[in-house]
Design a protein around this ligand. Structure first.
Ligand code: PLP
Length: 488
């Protein structure tokens, strides 16, 4: 029975069954949002698919596998549907999924060359390919993959902290001995993973310096120097400034060029959270949003967002390759060789947090190899142009209020039909978002901007057209009218 479980013929049959289910899933382009299921109901449905056999290996039951696949596919956000406009993870390029399937079967973790030879080489190649758009000297930079943008932000900040405070790793915070209090400076709208990273790094909320942002939600350059000076007067020593290249809320890009000059002058590490927007670098039309990127010390780049590959796949770039070795310090004779050779020099284990790490680069490298850069550039350009167009549509709709001019593929707006107080507008947007989610035709999100909720769409699917957006607006209007009538 044990041998049967590993039978290659069974593997082929199972794969074929799953493939045909996935094919029909991908072919379904109906307009749908999320079908939210009561967790208890789902637990029951999932339990009903489990074998009762407890003592021996159960006989393979095709129906069980069909049931599991079907339930899995049916209960997710339908990321391939034009109704999905809500979050930053995307429908993947199907070939990327195929390669991920290969990764799951051959199981080659990629922190060490001997375990994942091709993934290690593919990481090096992709670093070279993408660095062409960053522009660093070929021998001077480094790139390491991490399981998500949050971990990339943490890793870069650790490296920055250790560069300015080399004894922190072994001796703890210098503040404990009356030394300066290490701090980071961040745009006020930075992703929550950065504040969370600060907690892990051993610096408190009070050591996070929030830089004011302007109406477009970008770091307000005129206020950076005075805010940093005020922090210094409070006894804080800022070791890193975190800018965003595509904020989560509205997709705003901070002024990297100016920030690069200032941080170089002040000796502060500039980290760019490009989890969402770094991918715009591959587009000739949109690269200018990240003007000055060559000046930064590190850059987090999520390929599982705007490069449409399975999650997670994050690339963390360092301008100086020595810095990439600064995040972690460890000894473990079972994996780290004292004398690197031509093989172990491709190991990334000393530079990333994970020991066993998914060979996440493989779908990206394969798509890049098979289709080239234009696949990504074309899709990203379509999505950003579409977002610009729907912004234009909203400007002509008096009942809707736009909140910002989109710089990428994220747009926030409000349904504001009458003279309502900010508090009522806030409540109305939250209620609309929830009602839309329950109706199940569209999936959108919401975010607070200046303390008032706004509806948020993220265009990740190139099958969405302005017509779909107009349909969404009609639905919002209908729902909004009902909600206002019910509140009277
Ligand atoms: C700007 C930004 N940074 C970081 C993250 C976190 O990335 P991940 O979800 O890959 O951990 C996100 C996720 O949405 C993001 O938008």
């Amino acid at each position: 029975m044990l041998t049967n479980t590993f039978d290659p013929d069974l593997f082929r049959k199972n794969s074929e069954a799953v493939l045909s289910r996935l094919e029909s899933h991908l072919a379904d382009s109906s307009i749908r949002g999320l079908e939210l299921i009561d967790p208890e109901t789902l637990i029951q449905a999932a339990r009903a698919l489990m074998t009762d056999e407890r003592d021996k290996i159960a006989a393979f039951d095709e129906k069980r596998l069909d049931g599991i696949t079907d339930l899995y596919v049916r209960t997710g956000i339908p990321v391939h549907s034009p109704g999905y406009m809500g979050r930053q993870f995307s429908g993947v390029v199907p070939l990327g999924g195929v390669v991920d399937f290969v990764s799951s079967v051959v199981n080659q973790p990629s922190s060490f060359y001997e375990a994942g030879q091709l993934p290690s080489v593919a990481e090096r190649i992709m670093a070279e390919e993408l660095n062409r758009f960053i522009g660093w000297e070929p021998d001077s930079y480094a790139m390491v993959t991490t399981s998500g943008g949050s971990l990339a932000n943490l890793t870069a900040l650790l490296a920055a902290r250790n560069r300015m405070f080399p004894d922190f790793w072994s001796g703890g915070s210098p503040a404990a001995d009356g030394g300066p209090r290490p701090a980071i400076a961040v745009g006020a709208d930075v992703h929550y993973s950065v504040s969370r990273a600060a907690g892990i790094l051993g610096i408190g909320e009070a050591q996070i310096v929030r830089l004011p942002i302007n109406r477009e939600q970008q770091i307000c350059m005129e206020q950076v120097r005075p805010t940093l000076e005020a922090a210094e007067r409070r006894g804080l020593k800022v070791f890193a400034l975190v800018a965003s290249a595509g904020t989560t809320s509205v997709g705003a890009f901070d002024p990297l060029d100016e920030l690069g000059d200032l941080t170089a002058e002040l000796g502060i590490w500039l980290h760019v959270d490009g989890a969402h927007g770094a991918s715009l670098l591959v587009s000739d039309k949109l690269r200018h949003r990240l003007r000055g990127i060559e000046k930064v010390d590190s850059l987090a780049w999520d390929a599982h967002k705007m490069m449409f590959v399975p999650a997670p796949c994050t690339l963390l770039f360092y301008r100086n390759k020595e810095d990439s070795l600064g995040a972690f310090q460890q000894r473990a004779s079972y994996v780290f060789d004292e004398e690197p050779d031509r093989y172990t020099e491709l190991d990334s284990g000393a530079r990333n947090f994970e020991c066993t790490k998914r060979p996440m680069i493989m779908p990206l490298w394969t798509l890049w190899s098979v289709y080239g850069r234009a696949l990504f550039a074309e899709k990203i350009e379509y999505l950003c142009e579409l977002t610009e167009e729907i912004h234009g549509i909203l400007l002509d709709e008096p009942e809707f209020e736009t909140v910002h001019r989109p710089e990428a593929n994220i747009l926030c707006f409000r349904y504001r039909p009458a003279e309502l107080s900010d508090e009522d507008v806030h409540r109305l947007q939250v209620a609309i978002r929830n009602r839309i989610k329950l109706r199940g035709n569209f999936f959108i999100s919401k975010v607070n901007i200046d303390g008032v909720a706004a509806l948020r769409v993220v265009m990740m699917n190139h099958q969405i057209t302005t017509e779909h957006f107009r349909m969404l607006l009609s639905e919002i209007r209908r729902v909004g009218i009902d909600l206002l009538a019910a509140a009277r």
